[in-house]
Design a protein around this ligand. Sequence first.
Ligand code: AMP
Ligand code: MG
Length: 287
Amino acid sequence: MSNKSHEGWSVPAVDAVRVTPSTRVADLDRNGTPGFDGDKALGERLLEERGAHLSALQEKLYANGRATDENRSVLLILQGMDTAGKGGMVRNVIGHMDPQGVDHAAFGVPTEEEKRHHYLWRIRKALPRNGQVGVFDRSHYEDVLVVRVHNLVPPEQWEPRYDEINHFEKELVESGTTLIKVAMFVSLDEQKKRLAERLDRPDKYWKYNPGDVTERGYWPQYQQAYQDMLDRTSTEHAPWHVVPCDRKWYSRLAVTELLIDALERLDLHWPPADFDVEVEKARLAAS
Ligand code: AMP
Ligand code: MG
């Protein structure tokens, strides 16, 4: 398997999409396929092959979570504008994994109860348990994105959040959670096509929200808020990855590779038997 891991990639996905100090949101080619030279057909085939590998790695993480008290988990944070493909990422990438080992959470407009608490309250409640792969469809970053763009709280309140988030994430990493932060970027044109499709297809009406068109009017403000988010919260312990999303097959393959990389770096082993294998074989044979 490992000798095939870079098929199609001239630069490994983790390196190709990792944020650098010179990453400019405004200049990102959202139709690009950084690091990947193959076409859609190869991308789709690799997604299946690598998805199977991802599934095997996740089973090992889950097995370790069941067998030990050592806290190890992975948290994939998906941030992106509407139609970037967050839901499809969950279905097509996370869908390769055993649901028993997945902790999924989506964050929308805070409920009345959530509003009465600190913005990290609902986040802490949703963190992955030992052995789990957590997935956040939106996250605490909404509190420096939509909240900032719409002045939902004054700057004195959102400004300190960047440092607070860095601190929060550092603690998380130190407690055994590997963070994979993915900023998903769709172009304004592609977003228009995807919204139009939602309006053309009765099976997609449920995804359409009139507010999404309103948000398009704030595009430059959002791009700036994303830039500041990348600049201020991409850290050594929790770097951002910037994934172009106009080609869904690419974004899904890239995130599959990010997850595989994180799980492989955990260097997991199958938990040893906590019983005498030979004795159990003999007992079973005699039963
Ligand atoms: P969706 O992901 O399409 O279900 O939309 C969820 C909506 O909730 C988006 O418009 C987000 O911007 C919004 N949202 C998420 N978190 C917050 C927050 N902390 N404050 C205000 N709006 C939020
Ligand atoms: Mg939506």
